[in-house]
Design a protein around this ligand. Sequence first.
Ligand code: GTP
Length: 597
Amino acid sequence: MNLDHIRNISIIAHIDHGKSTLADRLLQMTGTVTDREMKEQLLDSMDLEREKGVTIKASAVRMIYKYQGEEYEINLIDTPGHVDFSYEVSRALQACEGAILVVDASQGIQAQTMAHLFAALEQNLTIIPVINKIDLPGAMPDEVAQEIEDLLGVPAEDIPRISAKAGTNVEAVLEQVVQQVPPPKGDLNAPLRALVFDCQYDPYKGVIAYVRVVDGQINGTPALLAMSTGKTMEPLEVGVLTPAMLATNSLHAGEVGYIATGLKSVQDLDVGDTITLASKPAQERLPGYKPMKPMVFAGLYPSNPDDYGDLRDALEKLQLNDAALVYEPETSQALGFGFRLGFLGLFHMEIVQERLEREYDLDIIFTAPSVEYKVVKTDGTVLAIDSPAQLPDPTQIERIEEPWCELRIFTPAEYIGPVLDLVTKRRGELKNQNWLDTKRVEIVCMIPLSEIIVDFYNELKARTRGYASMDYTLDEYRPSDMVKLDILVNHQPVDALSVIVHRDDAYHKGQKLVSKMKEIIPRQMFTVPIQAAIGNKVISRANVQALRKDVLSKCYGGDVTRKRKLLEKQKAGKKRMKMVGQVEIPQEAFMSVLRLE
Ligand code: GTP
């Protein structure tokens, strides 16, 4: 199609403001999918995908829209919804000329509305703001329109007010897209440059790269080259997404489509890379390529050691689709064989955890998450450390630096007090307060990343009755008084329970862990001391009193078979016992301590 009649757009929104619902309506209205095919939230139907074993999660869909008698090709590019993937979001936005910014009429602008909006403005996109959910009883479209006008300068009366759910006024959104978003530019005769804005593993076709062709064209299936890794590909086909893959045999500058690359794992191709022709490569790749780097780390263990193989298989499969997930084997004395995982951030970690449990039906346990510390040793060497076990001896440590981030919290004004209290408790520093209107405020602060990866978001929600939203970006490393806190059972450290904490929190945290362990460790034949220690210094202690455990005590009379059964049960239970400092501890005990975290 003529470039003048192409529009490449994305939908951006805070979580739950209605991005997927609007996308569904647009697909329906343009007849891209029929009503019968229409499953709610087609663009993110992971369950469905699994059932059918094929990729239907479309990262980009081509729609044909008739406007004033002419046909327009509108490519809708899906962006990952949350901030951990902000790097991928900005790649997806780079493939567009415009973005629809959806704002919930009952909630107004939220933290991730701003985060996505900034990303879109950075790419110089035309922004089409839309107010959604006007059908809700709590909708305040006038106030929200004013907020948007103040922010973007778009006159309040020009902003479409829609209900994506009911389909009200959705047509106005498409009209504005055609009128206001500029058509793509691109040089058809230049060497091929296609931006990979997402990729996905398809069991039949291997790695599918979703691309925006910026320059040149692909005809047929020539050998291709990924410019940053130098990897060559023998593609199987190229085409567009309708949303099903439709082979077209060609893609040219300005268009959005897919390349079935023939690669076997998403690890082989980076989102953000530039694909060119192997025979006639472009000189320079497209800007902005940057490898993804994990920021949060945790150990992962199967609750039942027999599931180790299944867990490994599940991780392998998950990684086919999630290039940002990294892992390596790790062994713990207390928990047995497992893995150390790296995540882009706390939301990413939650998603992985949920997918492992839900999609692979595994009972798993995560150790306390950690960030990556920079440890400067007395001999001047610098180590990057993401696990307490890797910390060198305290006498060799000159200083430890930890990552800080800029945190932005949007909240109704009446919760400013509780929010600031939370921030201060977690060692944060207030930087700025920006009033959005008389009732809502944006709080900007600096805070150590380690303080927000555990439970911060839940606490924030609890303190603001669910009204606050947050977003963070990594800022800088700062020196910090971090120590390794060990939990000792009968004078032996339990590796899975060691944590790196700020010295000020060590006492409190140590006490908590000690008293939890005390409750959970079964009584032994001798008294077992449980201690929390920093180096050689014990900061908290409790004893588990001695007791002879007699499983037969409950058997009155002389029923031999019952006795035998009980003894066998005890034997089976012992298999899962771990020896720590001559104390047999059921693995369950560690699990429950970690679960309580
Ligand atoms: P994430 O994918 O989680 O980021 O959310 P999203 O922005 O894609 O939102 P989604 O489309 O999943 O909608 C979130 C919820 O709001 C769903 O329960 C929708 O049914 C509901 N919703 C979306 N649009 C409307 C609307 O116009 N009116 C009402 N009442 N509800 C809506």
